[in-house]
Design a binder for this molecule. Structure first.
Ligand SMILES: [Zn+2]
Ligand SMILES: [Zn+2]
Length: 206
């Protein structure tokens, strides 16, 4: 794997700015990968690695950058828990580590670079050198990943009987024998202001 400074530079470029979250994310991902036996996440090990992130904040971009895992590759899953934590899974061995960023790290950062006046700058710089156990709690875990959540071709594609949208990856719902997309099953997050310009399912020849 590349060095910490190379990985931090790369994640800063992708994220768009340097911040404490980049430092936390890079250090978390590097340490977790080592613990699950992944040494070449973007090369030889790329199909073995799966990451579940628990927050959509700066560090998540760094985790994506270091691991090479992404939503589009289905090797990164976002769980909206609002916790600065991520679980790194070696799909080959089943080894998995959940890393949580410690809240105490903010206060502990005052022991490093006391001459830096700005709190956020001090945290950023301190996080680059603080020992891992001051920054994170690592926990060995087991994760059952459903077949429908794994990378690879979709296991199924079905059409919503109400709106006609096609639903992949087992995300459809069944109500009274009818197949529905999640939006038609009550989870629609938008309001229509114009009719969609699509062909209704009933007019498609069987
Ligand atoms: Zn940031
Ligand atoms: Zn629908």
């Amino acid at each position: 794997m590349e060095s910490f400074s190379q990985l931090l530079a790369e994640s800063t470029r992708i994220h768009g700015h340097i911040c404490a979250g980049q430092v936390i994310g890079v250090r978390m991902a590097m340490a977790a990968l080592e613990r699950i036996g992944i040494t070449d996440p973007k090369g030889a090990d790329r199909k073995k690695l799966y990451v579940l992130v628990e927050i959509d904040r700066c560090a998540t971009d760094a985790i994506q950058s270091v691991t090479g895992c992404s939503l589009g590759k289905r090797s990164l899953r976002w769980l909206d828990f609002g916790v600065m934590a991520a679980t790194f899974v070696n799909l080959d061995s089943g080894r998995a580590v959940r890393a949580v960023a410690r809240e105490e790290a903010r206060a502990l950062s005052e022991n490093y670079y006391p001459e830096v006046v700005d709190k956020y700058q001090r945290q950023l710089e301190a996080y680059t050198i603080m020992p891992l156990d001051e920054l994170f709690v690592f926990q060995e875990v087991r994760v059952e990943i459903p077949a429908c959540d794994l990378p690879g071709r979709p296991l199924r594609r079905v059409q919503c009987s109400l709106c006609g949208d096609w639903v992949q990856d087992c995300r459809e719902r069944e109500r009274g024998g009818a197949i529905l997309c999640r939006a038609c099953d009550g989870e629609r997050y938008y309001r229509e202001v114009a009719a969609p310009n699509r062909i209704p399912p009933s007019s498609i020849a069987p």
